[in-house]
Design a binder for this molecule. Structure first.
Ligand code: GLN
Length: 490
């Protein structure tokens, strides 16, 4: 059996049918990681207990005892999500030696379903970035072209799935960090509704925007993972009590009667013509599947990036105040307490993180609070209102995930504003709390993947996954692999 050609759902069925053991499966991916990680830098830490877990699961299955729905499935977890006994650094020197004493709720749920955490993936420090160049552990490379970024901040998670080092990765998305790297690496990435998935154990960046979600080859695989990780959690007071359907159940429903809005503001200047024509082609595919399309407006879109880059740094400046050298972090040598705080934060945080802390602290300071944070919160409400209006007319909103394909490593290093502006299509979903998915929709002339974004009403991930799955049933982009990392040909 050629494991590299199997997605998570297929792996799980082969494992359960006994065509494959969990040990063989884990060994295959550990070997892929060993061969590939040096060139991509997607993983920062590999689990040394994964094989042991696989043996236990195989033994349990062999003895006829029940196993969970993900039994034996390898899962890579972004390094900003706590894993008990396994280092969790958030890509920062500050947490270089941090070993959490507990699992994040989603990690617990994956383990309880008998999934196997295979390792921790590289990321922009504290999830701040769109390129995974801002990691204390070095930049991640895009498997489609080693001189390109994989996107960020979940760049390690996206690269490892694209390069067949894990069938599933978990990412987090505060302003696009699941969807944009999914788009740059040619995989499927889902940001669930705010509150759908527990944030307990996710190292906080901007708590009113952060969400955890799956990064997989296909929508079907994302449905499988979301069904396991979603749901209320008493440990996260913002997690929602809504019922969690089995998202794999509604995938086959035809798109007849589904109304898709093409967001006018997502096709404005700055959009690469190649990305535009690819998204327009994808629209035709969805129409041919029975969906009805029309143009809609999200009129406050031009203010979304500015709003996000006030709200997110404000929340970050407050969340990151805890890294003071006293508790679980790196501590700089100093002679008195104040000096210790200053030296620790000066040496422990990278430049991008410090920039955000300064921006956020400034915007929250008493003289400027009204002008920045309060104003941004008002615009945020208007953005949410745009969505409420649009979802009165349509079921899904379609557009590009990112204005361009993966940019070159270093291209935006000296121009943070250019990097921030590229988040234009992704940040609004976080500001409004709605779910959104990025799926592969084409390959550019230079051989780089292009992503399509669909957004839905709150708690309607089912509609996103259904449309994405239907699209993937008639297109092959999600199955196209980076030339460098094609598995052995069968
Ligand atoms: N690129 C955005 C930022 O830099 C989003 C990051 C994220 O979603 N974690 O803040």
């Amino acid at each position: 059996m050629e494991i590299s050609n199997l997605g998570a759902s297929e792996l799980v069925s082969h494992l359960s049918a006994g065509h494959l053991t969990a040990v063989d499966c884990i060994q295959y991916f550990l070997q892929r990681i060993e061969q590939t990680n040096q060139s991509l830098n997607a993983f920062v830490n590999i689990s040394d207990t994964a094989l042991q877990r696989a043996r236990e699961i195989d033994a349990r299955r062999a003895s006829g005892k029940p196993v969970g729905p993900l039994a034996g499935l390898p899962i890579a977890v972004k390094d900003g999500i706590c894993t008990s006994g396994l280092k969790t650094t958030a890509g920062s020197k500050m947490l270089e030696q941090f070993v959490p004493p507990y699992d994040a709720t989603i990690v617990r749920r994956l383990i309880d379903a008998d999934g196997i955490v295979i390792g921790k993936t590289n990321m922009d420090e504290f999830a701040m970035g769109s390129s995974t160049e801002h990691s204390h552990f070095g930049a991640v490379k895009n498997p489609w072209s080693l001189d390109r970024v994989p996107g960020g901040s979940s760049g390690g998670s996206a690269a490892c799935v694209a390069a067949d080092m894990s069938p599933v990765a978990i990412g987090s998305d505060t302003g696009g960090s699941i969807r944009q790297p999914a788009s740059f690496c040619g995989i499927t990435g889902l940001k669930p509704t705010y509150g759908r998935v527990s944030r307990y154990g996710l190292i906080a960046f901007a708590s009113s925007l952060d969400q955890i979600g799956p990064m997989t080859r296909t929508a079907k695989d994302s449905a499988l993972i979301l069904s396991v990780i979603a749901g209320h959690d008493v440990k996260d007071s913002t997690s929602a009590k809504n019922d969690v359907p089995d998202f794999t159940r509604s995938l086959e429903k035809p798109l007849t009667g589904v109304r898709i809005g093409i967001c006018r503001e997502h096709f404005d200047e700055g959009l690469d013509p190649e990305v535009e024509s690819c998204v327009r082609e994808a629209t035709k595919v969805l129409e041919s599947l029975g969906a009805a399309t029309c143009e809609i407006h999200l009129p406050h879109t031009p203010y979304a990036v500015a709003t996000y880059y006030v709200v997110a740094p404000c929340e970050a400046s407050s969340n990151l105040a805890r890294y003071d050298g006293v508790r679980y972090t790196y501590r700089a040598a100093a002679t008195d307490l104040e000096q210790m705080y200053c030296q620790t934060r000066a040496a422990g945080f990278g430049d991008e993180v410090k920039q955000r802390i300064m921006l956020g602290t400034y915007a929250l300071s008493s003289g400027y609070y009204d002008a920045f944070y309060l104003k941004a919160s008002r615009v945020r409400r208007m953005i949410k209102h745009d969505y409420d209006q649009a979802f009165g007319e349509v079921d899904l909103i379609l557009g590009p995930t990112s204005p361009t394909t993966a940019f070159s490593i270093g291209e935006h290093s000296h121009n943070p504003l250019a990097m921030y502006l590229a988040d234009i299509y992704t940040v609004s979903a976080n500001l409004a709390g709605v779910p959104a998915i990025s799926i592969p929709a084409g390959i550019s002339a230079s051989g780089l993947p292009i992503g399509l974004q669909l957004q839905a009403r709150s708690f309607d991930e089912g509609a996103l996954l259904q449309a994405a799955h239907q699209f993937q049933s008639v297109t092959g982009w999600h199955a196209t692999k980076p030339p460098l990392y094609q598995g052995p040909q069968t």
